[in-house]
Design a protein around this ligand. Structure first.
Ligand code: AMP
Length: 174
């Protein structure tokens, strides 16, 4: 199992959900137990010594990788969700997507000052989603140690938005 095996397991869907978008479909990767295990093991190996207190996973595909990674790292998992989904008191942040705009929320009491956080999503495109999650984490006073993605779309240069904040780590790049 190598990075090219992981890459080959990700399906490209042209023109979804809009013309011109090359949608990276991770369902074909997740279906294969050895691919899923390798993705989580590689991410966990990179952050093994980073003393992460919480993985913050971004709805929805960030939950899949983030929760498995939190289990592997032996740390907690905190969800960042679309509006109206979290039941307790939240704070919100609006952001621009590669296709449209959206808003993210986090529970106001989910993180404390000084907590060491790893923000996880399946993919970074223009970086607005992860940047909004970062603002939420920062508003709660926690420390962002790094951002981790399975997939990075290099030509959109989303990492430029995040690198001033913390390390940006991705497994496979297009
Ligand atoms: P962005 O804020 O532009 O970095 O977009 C990242 C978020 O949108 C992630 O949660 C991705 O799941 C999703 N996304 C954006 N572009 C794509 C794409 N080309 N293929 C799959 N998911 C994408």
């Amino acid at each position: 199992m190598s990075l090219s095996d992981i890459k080959n397991s990700i399906r490209n869907i042209p023109n979804h959900p809009k013309p011109g978008i090359q949608f990276k479909d991770i369902t074909t990767a997740m279906k294969q137990p050895n691919v899923m295990r390798e993705i989580i093991d590689m991410l966990a190996a990179h952050f093994a010594e980073a003393k992460i207190d919480y993985v913050v996973g971004i709805e929805a595909r960030g939950f899949i990788f983030g929760a498995a990674l939190a289990y592997k790292l032996g740390c907690g998992f905190v969800p960042v969700r679309k509006p109206g989904k979290l039941p307790a008191k939240t704070i919100a942040e609006e952001y621009a997507l590669e296709y449209g705009t959206d808003k993210l929320e986090i529970h106001q009491d989910a993180l404390q000052k000084g907590d060491r956080v790893l923000i996880v999503d399946d993919l970074i495109a223009i970086g607005g989603t992860a940047e909004a999650a970062a603002k939420l984490v920062q508003k709660l006073g926690a420390e962002i140690v790094a951002f981790a993605f399975v997939i990075e779309l290099l030509e959109l240069d989303g990492r430029a938005k995040l690198e001033p904040v913390a390390e940006v780590y991705s497994l496979v790049q297009y």
